[in-house]
Design a protein around this ligand. Sequence first.
Ligand SMILES: *Cc1c(COP(=O)(O)O)cnc(C)c1O
Length: 391
Amino acid sequence: MADWKTRTKLIHEGARRSQYGEMSEAIFLTQGFVYDSAEQAEARFIELGEDEFIYARYGNPTVRIFEERMAALEGTEDAFATASGMAAVNGALTSLVKAGDHVVAARALFGSCLYVLELLGRFGVEVTFVDGTDLDQWRAAVRPDTRAVFLESVSNPTLEVVDIRAVADIAHANGALVIVDNVFATPVFSRAVELGADVVVYSATKHIDGAGRCLGGVVCGSRDYIRKVLEPYLKHTGGALSPFNAWVMLKGMETLDLRVRAQAATAQAVAEALSGHPKLSRVIYPGLKDHPQHDLAMQQMGAGGTVVSLDLAGGKDAAFRFLNALRIVKISNNLGDAKSIATHPATTTHQRLPDDQKARLGITPGLVRLSLGLEDTDDLIGDLLTALQAA
Ligand SMILES: *Cc1c(COP(=O)(O)O)cnc(C)c1O
């Protein structure tokens, strides 16, 4: 319902109940559906009506609840769920372009997103990378034959904030579609569609699950884009979300707003507590006043998000000593989890990048990305300060 507020949508939107009237959403763990007659089967293959299904690669009732809930939350007409965040990114881009098309992307991206853009190049799509925070570079790169622009609204792991409205104005003036990977902004703080994004992509693996259980993803957009561009590609290439994982995501959504707001408050407190620490050359957090896009982040999200990046002055050795001294915060590479997680991007998530590219993206040897969880904020600050002593 359009007039419901976020928390109500997160709990009730898209709900469907079987004849048993179950309270918790049912898991329809079925890949196929039985037809009453051959005529009905034929009719469904010609055109699917609302709540009609033929095969779980195309759609499934539990998955449909998740899609409708995400579309309502994001403020788009429709959504399509995918097996992972990367299936969503790949689907959103690949379904749209053909050889000869042009795409402009911010260069500070999650490693696998970079891979997908490089892949498009192998199939004759020209891709131009720009510094996402420099609007002149976007203006210079976007051309009348640009089919799409792609950006992470807050980049991984250096937390650069891209001005969605300004980039959308440049893209739309040239007829290009704006695709935003909004994982770091989270659906709770997202106003991407309001600011001009046409397509918003999430890895549901992160905050939407929120407890590190399942992979999942979703693409939100107009009914025309989702049904005419994306769905034909995804339903035939096999990136479908499992009904079980969709159910886990639905349970995650019930607490998403509460969790993300608590995690962002902790992130803000951690960033403030560590800011200026002698072992750190930088504390990067959009919620801190010294962040280069602080004002933009506040306008665009109203909060700094759930991730803080730290640059250890002593480089890789200091970063490793710090990581190894953490007791509550776990060394891993997920984010948005209830458990706080520390990642060393240069040797893990971004290891594949050549050193000069790492340097250009600010992925220094001392950089540590912290995803703040739901533990007690003082315990976390204590753990981080003790580990900094060891660094
Ligand atoms: C994790 C992540 C993805 C990929 O999601 P998966 O669910 O791991 O496939 C894409 N973009 C960003 C920004 C991410 O953080």
